[in-house]
Structure formats: structure tokens, C-alpha cells
Design a protein around this ligand. Structure first.
Ligand code: AHR
Length: 561
């Protein structure tokens, strides 16, 4: 891509000249005093000013083209799913404060968090874990008398079970999301899981249904997704693929959904444990499960294969979530882009056994995983969320959309107060993270039709790390509106975008952009609006769309016809 040198934009030159004039005035006063030392200082300063006013690289020009008449797969709204595990303050304090709390709540669930999540149109929430799920026993979390137990995975803290099945489903009802339950394969039994589903879903007057009614919910619940185990190759029981397959078949057969409304179109989708990386251990796992699926009989089935992949660079997580520079920015983003190859690798195996793409690849744990914030409880996985995370989120959501034919569900880890969160809370305070705003900006892509964008992304290099400069996806919503999301990964250079539009008579365009002064800019409880979307201007004329992207930014454009 052609690179051109020019001067910085007018406004930044103006500011620089003003700042320089102030410095000059101070030194002129000293110079008039006539000391040789002051004179030589002045000479050096003048040189410095000339150097800083030197030309720098201008906005990079990027030509894109979009042909709306050539749509691709549907971008399933479930790729914008969330994950809430009983871990640290993800559930307790993040969602659940109890009805006696002074924090405004509805039946114990925080009103501020519910309002914020409603704006994201969260499609589904995975619960209760994670590793926690394989030690979860649902009966301890129902009825008036809850069993107080421990959470050995995450700090060995007390698990009061005050947030259980009914509270979770009430929370989903309040935010308008569907349930993705992860059942206990590691330390539970098929019978325990089967009874949980009967308790939840039957409309018939069984003893379990009557117990559900006595606990406040006579109508059957809907369970849209069922995860059969979690990381069964590791914290979920360290199983071999063959051992897990025998469990999968049993759970798939006996853990039934009885909800009359889910017998036909809205059938519960069963998600098997899949890979946790790209090494042979994981490709062999995918091979084993998919091969078994190919020859499955009537007595068991699956609809999705889960995949977990965190952006961590190396274990244990050691990258800081705040207070880092452009090198760490580039390293993390380089690492996160490996998601594309990972999906391609496992999709290729899935294609061999399921060329019709009946089985979805479900990336139900992903996100940036950094060192715990100093002073926080290490097992609580507390980290800040910066502009870098917003860009990381956009790049991953773009990758999922680009693989929309196979990736039909994804759940970022995790929703509140844990890892790459949407929301941080501290007692009555709440702050929305940069990642939250990306999810909000991307709402129009939920169930939109993918529209390919062609462009030369160019590259930028920092400290020997080379990344694509630009990334973009487009989608057409049900009303026919075209949406374009463009990320300028380059932390320093703006980009001038010209899009040739075909198959749409573009009349106007408008948009918003998310950026901030620094790659590690964050929102805090005291200063919550450092990284928030702001309007950006875009022009649609004569089949062309033009706009300028700020460095390190995520921009969403709506094109009206
Ligand atoms: O999200 C935190 C943990 O990461 C989950 O409990 C587990 O599934 C994964 O290893």
C-alpha cells in the first residue's frame, strides 16, 4: 500500500504552535537577561521545536469495496453471547446482591447491571461455569434452604448457593437472554443432570415439576443450550477423548428437555467439549469427537463443538491489563489474531466429517487473560479493561463473523468483574468497560447477513511485531441497512477510508467511533468516560463512502439507502 508523507492535521499543528509559543515567551524573557547558558539552552530548544514540527506520515489511504448483492452466511446473534461463572465477583456482587441490599435490585439482582446488559441485547449466558460447573450440584441452589459449600476452583471461598437455578433464570428474564447451562460431567452423574432438566422443563405434574412450582415457577423454563461438560480434558476430569465420548453419548441420550415448546423448532442444542488450542492434542480431540458424530446413531446427538481460546501469550498470565505500552499492545493483538488460524484449523477437521456444517463451532470461552490486578485476590481473575481490549474484542468478533458459516456461537469470558469483562462493579459503583462499548456498537450485526469487504489492510510494525493495519466486516440487517465496522489497529496513524459500494443506492451514512488517548486508556469508577463512543462523520455519495479513522479505534458506520 502506498505510503505518503505529509504534515500532521491542522488542529494538532495549531495546538503544537500554541504550546511552542508559550515555551518561547518564557525563554525569551530569560534570554533578555543575556546569560550564555540560557542562550545555549534556547538554541537547543529551538532545534527541538523544529524537530518535533517535522513532517510525519499522513493518514494511510485504504480503498475498500463492498458488493451488497453478494451476501454470505447469517452472523448468528449468539456469537455475542456472554459467560458468567461462579468465580470471584462475577456472580456475587456483580449480578447478585440479595433483596436486602441497599444497592437497587429486583429480587436480589442489580438494576444497574440489568439495564446496562439489556442495551447489549445479550443473546445467551453460559452458566454456572467453567471449571465451577463440574463441581456444581444444582439441588444445593434451589428452595428456601440453600447449602453453603466451597468453591475450590476459585480461591476456595464460601459458595452460599444463594444464586441458583431460579435466580439465574430470573436474571436472564430481566436482561432478555437465553440459557446456556453447562452440566456437571466431571463430578456429577447423568441422573443428576437429567433430573435438573426435568425439574426445569417438564410441563407435566411430576414430583420435580411440583417442586419447581413450589419454588415459585409453575411454568416450564426454556433451556436453549446444554453444554455437556467443560474442558473435560483438563479441569473437567482430565479425560481422554474416548472416555469423554462415552460420557457425551450417555448425557446426550438421557439429559432431556421436556418443554413442549422446545420439541420442534426451538430444540435445545447440545454442545460437546471441544479443543482448547491448536496443538496435536487438540486436533486429535476434534478428530475423535467429529468422527464419532459422523457415525452417530439415533440414540445420541450433538449440535455444537465447544472451543476455548484465551489471548494470554504465555502461562501464567503475566501481561498487565493497564499501564502498558505499544509493544505489549502489539504483542497481545498479534496473539489474539491467531484465533483466525485456530478456527480455520478446527473447521477444516469438522468439514471432513460434517461437510454440511450441521455442527456449530462454539467459541464459548475467549478473551484477554492478564495478570491479576495488584492487590486483588489472585483466584478472582480481576483485571482492568482498556482500549486494547476494545480492539481485541472487535478483531475477534470480526473473525467469528468471517467464519459465520461454522462459528454460530461464542461467549466472551466473562461478563462482570472477571477477565475481559463488560462491566466492573465495586459495591454500589458500576463502570462500563471499552469492551462493553464494542458489544453495544456491534448490536446491529446480530443476525445480520455477512457481506464480504475486500481491501488491502496494509501493515504496521512495532518493535519487530507486524500487524494488519486495518480490519473490517460488513453486514446487512433485516431492514436492508448496511453496517460497516472498521478497526484501525495502528496506534499512531489515522486512516483515510474510501469504500466503493455496489448493490446499494447509498444516500447517507453516519457513525460512531471508539478511541482514546492511549492504548491502555481505561474507564474507572471516578472517570468513567475516557473510552466511550463518539459520533464520527462519514459521507456517502455517488456509490462511494468516505471517512477518516482515528488511530487505535473501532468505528461503526450505518449506510442508509
Ligand atoms: O474462565 C475461567 C476458566 O478458564 C474457566 O473456568 C475454565 O473453563 C477455563 O479454563
Amino acid at each position: 500500500m502506498a505510503q505518503k508523507l505529509a504534515f500532521r492535521p491542522f488542529r494538532s499543528i495549531q495546538c503544537q504552535i500554541l504550546r511552542q509559543a508559550q515555551v518561547r515567551r518564557t525563554f525569551l524573557f530569560a534570554l533578555q537577561a543575556g546569560s550564555p547558558l540560557v542562550r545555549s539552552l534556547f538554541a537547543s530548544l529551538t532545534l527541538l521545536i523544529v524537530a518535533t514540527a517535522a513532517p510525519v506520515a499522513a493518514a494511510q489511504k485504504v480503498q475498500m469495496s463492498i458488493d451488497v448483492s453478494k451476501p454470505g452466511a447469517k452472523i448468528d446473534r449468539n456469537i455475542f453471547g456472554q459467560f458468567a461463572e461462579h468465580l470471584g465477583h462475577g456472580v456475587y456482587e456483580g449480578i447478585w446482591v440479595g433483596s436486602d441490599s441497599k444497592i437497587p435490585n429486583t429480587r436480589g439482582i442489580r438494576n444497574d447491571v440489568v439495564a446496562a446488559l439489556k442495551a447489549l441485547k445479550v443473546p445467551d449466558v453460559r452458566w454456572p461455569g467453567g471449571c465451577f460447573a463440574d463441581e456444581y450440584h444444582w439441588r444445593k441452589g434451589i428452595g428456601p434452604q440453600r447449602t453453603v459449600t466451597l468453591n475450590p476452583n476459585w480461591g476456595g471461598v464460601i459458595e452460599p448457593n444463594t444464586f441458583g437455578t431460579h435466580e439465574f433464570l430470573d436474571f436472564l428474564d430481566q436482561i432478555g437472554a437465553e440459557a446456556y447451562l453447562s452440566v456437571n460431567v466431571g463430578s456429577g452423574t447423568p441422573q443428576e443432570a437429567a433430573e435438573w432438566l426435568e425439574y426445569l422443563t417438564t410441563a407435566q405434574p411430576t414430583t420435580l415439576a411440583k417442586e419447581r412450582a413450589a419454588n415459585g415457577h409453575p411454568a416450564p423454563y426454556k433451556v436453549a443450550f446444554l453444554g455437556i461438560g467443560n474442558e473435560s480434558w483438563d479441569c473437567g476430569g482430565n479425560m481422554t477423548p474416548d472416555y469423554y465420548l462415552s460420557q457425551l453419548k450417555i448425557y446426550s441420550r438421557f439429559v432431556r428437555n421436556f418443554n413442549p415448546a422446545q420439541q420442534d423448532k426451538q430444540q435445545m442444542l447440545k454442545i460437546a467439549v471441544g479443543p482448547g488450542g491448536g496443538e496435536s492434542r487438540w486436533t486429535e480431540w476434534t478428530e475423535a469427537i467429529m468422527k464419532a458424530y459422523q457415525s452417530h446413531t439415533w440414540s445420541w446427538d450433538m449440535n455444537g463443538l465447544s472451543m476455548h481460546s484465551y489471548t494470554v501469550v504465555k502461562w501464567p498470565p503475566s501481561y498487565a491489563s493497564v499501564g502498558f505500552g505499544e509493544k505489549e499492545y502489539a504483542q497481545i493483538l498479534k496473539s489474539t489474531m491467531e484465533m483466525n488460524d485456530l478456527i480455520a484449523k478446527h473447521s477444516a477437521i469438522m468439514d471432513k466429517y460434517d461437510p454440511e456444517k450441521k455442527i456449530a463451532l462454539v467459541v464459548d470461552e475467549w478473551g484477554g487473560w492478564y495478570a491479576p490486578l495488584p492487590g486483588s485476590t489472585p483466584g478472582f481473575l480481576v483485571q482492568q479493561n482498556s482500549l486494547r481490549d476494545a480492539i481485541l474484542a472487535a478483531l475477534n468478533l470480526n473473525i467469528f463473523a468471517q467464519h459465520a458459516d461454522r462459528v454460530r456461537m461464542a461467549n466472551i469470558a466473562q461478563m462482570i468483574n472477571v477477565l475481559q469483562a463488560m462491566i466492573l462493579t465495586d459495591k454500589e459503583k458500576m463502570v462500563l468497560t471499552p469492551t462493553y462499548y464494542v458489544y453495544k456498537m456491534y448490536v446491529p450485526f446480530q443476525d445480520a447477513t455477512f457481506v464480504p469487504v475486500t481491501f488491502d489492510a496494509g501493515t504496521f510494525t512495532h518493535d519487530g511485531i507486524t500487524l494488519p493495519r486495518i480490519d473490517a466486516i460488513a453486514g446487512k440487517d433485516k431492514a436492508g441497512k448496511l453496517w460497516l465496522a472498521i478497526t484501525n489497529v495502528d496506534p499512531n496513524q489515522p486512516a483515510e477510508i474510501k469504500v466503493s459500494l455496489a448493490g446499494i443506492n447509498a444516500k447517507s451514512a453516519s457513525g460512531e467511533t471508539l478511541t482514546a488517548p492511549k492504548v491502555d486508556s481505561v474507564n474507572t469508577f471516578d472517570v468513567p468516560n475516557t473510552v466511550v463512543p463518539k459520533p464520527v462523520s462519514a459521507k456517502a455519495q455517488d456509490g462511494k463512502l468516505t471517512l477518516e479513522l482515528a488511530p487505535k479505534s473501532v468505528t461503526l458506520i450505518a449506510v442508509e439507502q
